[in-house]
Write a protein that binds this ligand. Structure first.
Ligand code: GSH
Length: 212
């Protein structure tokens, strides 16, 4: 069975849980609590030298890190990963945008302002930059969505899943979505798609990180 190392409140982990739920793929969820340093134990660093979640373990033991690489791997052969060469490259383009221009500001703001106790004081010097870069990324999305229902091919793809995960909780990092009506409309469309699950969803078989 697939095994996913994940933290429930991690947007990057949520991308993978959402895709697995949509595809109806059974998997074992292994909780890694970053706030307790479970991602920095020798056992976990053997699996992912970067010490990050999500991490996917395949039945034969092979390991795949990086949320968007995991999405592409799992969605292969499904309608969520375009077959057409150009559409597939466009999906990748938006996933690279998410990692380079969106997640570093929007996810970091939420992590430090909502999830880390005292994070606002620890990272005061970063807040203005997160707001500026987060708004800039949302403005790009707003313009793109002006004439489209979804990011690629006017249908749900892995690009939407990658961008949805942190955007739908951006306000938890003080990033106001009110000025972005197209983005808000798109968030509602993604959430209305078949087999959508929220960030709180978990399969029944969750376990803690096993010792080696
Ligand atoms: N680019 C990676 C980023 C993964 C990432 O930063 N994960 C966070 C949780 S959302 C993490 O594990 N942080 C712990 C750390 O960096 O020590 C991805 O998309 O999977």
């Amino acid at each position: 069975m697939l095994r996913l190392y994940s933290m429930q409140s991690s947007g990057n982990s949520y991308k993978v849980r959402l895709l697995l739920a949509k595809l109806g793929l059974p998997f074992r969820l292994v909780d890694i609590d970053l706030l307790r340093g479970e991602n920095r134990t020798p056992e976990f660093l053997i699996k992912n030298p970067e010490g990050r979640v999500p991490l996917l373990e395949l039945p034969g033991g092979r390991l795949l890190a990086e949320s968007n690489a995991i999405l592409v791997y799992l969605a292969e052969g499904t309608s969520l990963l375009p077959e057409d060469r150009f559409a597939r490259a466009e999906a990748l383009r938006w996933m690279f945008f998410e990692q380079h221009s969106h997640e570093p500001a929007i996810a970091a703001a939420r992590f430090w302002l909502k999830l880390v106790r005292g994070g606002r004081d620890l990272r005061t010097h970063d807040i203005d930059r997160w707001m500026e870069e987060g708004h800039a990324a949302l403005a790009v999305m707003e313009r793109h969505l002006g004439r489209r229902s979804f990011f690629v091919d006017n249908r749900l793809t892995v690009a939407d899943i990658a961008l949805y995960a942190h955007t739908h909780v951006a306000e938890e990092g003080d990033i106001d979505l009110a000025p972005f009506p197209n983005v808000r409309g798109w968030l509602a469309r993604v959430a209305a798609e078949a087999d959508h699950v929220g960030m709180e969803w978990r399969p029944e078989n969750a376990t803690a990180m096993p010792a080696l």
